[in-house]
Design a protein around this ligand. Sequence first.
Ligand code: AMP
Length: 253
Amino acid sequence: MQIINNIHTYKKYYNTIKNKTIGFVPTMGALHNGHISLCKESIKYNDITIVSIFINPTQFNNKQDLTTYPKDITQDLNILKKYKIDGVFVPEYQEIYQDDFNYQMTENNFSKILEGKFRPGHFTGVLTIVLKLLNIIKPNNIYMGEKDYQQAILIKNMIDAFFIDTKINICPTIRDDSGLALSSRNKKLSDQDLIKAKEFNKILKNNQSIYNKKQQLEQLGFTVEYIENINNRILSAVQINNIRLIDNIGFEN
Ligand code: AMP
């Protein structure tokens, strides 16, 4: 497995793989089975799989969330090695933001609601980093999780809007036995809050009204940022003891 820290080294590596199909999985590390499911899809359909690990500061609107974001690069590299990932791109801030974030990719419509409303600037950070990574890695396929539904749609639409030569593949959300969507931030939950977090998806899925779901979440102690039904998909963000959880479920038409 190649561990690549800078763009120059990636370019040299790219010259050796550019005739093969390249699948790309961007992550912020603290890897779990959700990330691994994306890697497995990439491995299945591409000759080469590249994973990036970069905690992108420009997408964090909350400084505390950034400083407490789980990080375990040694464990991540061991996991990726086990799954026979070909290349891991692990850049530093300076390598990626040579312009110090003076140039930004912004979407002006869908990015302003739901997550965008509660996390100002978040999607500008996300779209900017993904655009940069696509330009560096030059993959045929990118694999994103449906867990971050709004993010996946915004990236899909950015790829279309800018004629980027990469196909996006949106993969199902991986959950634990209770239905809780796997997330790096789950590692920050206390035992007691984890028990409550396991109710989040169950409440989203039950056949109650949005109003009742919100009440049920609040009764459990969640602060509900939003819970909305958009095009037969219920999307929600909640907080418990300052830890933010998001989830969404689609319903058949
Ligand atoms: P992150 O490291 O949280 O930025 O996530 C990297 C990628 O993994 C994104 O495309 C996420 O949507 C995806 N992902 C995160 N959690 C899950 C999950 N539970 N199931 C499937 N994909 C996920």
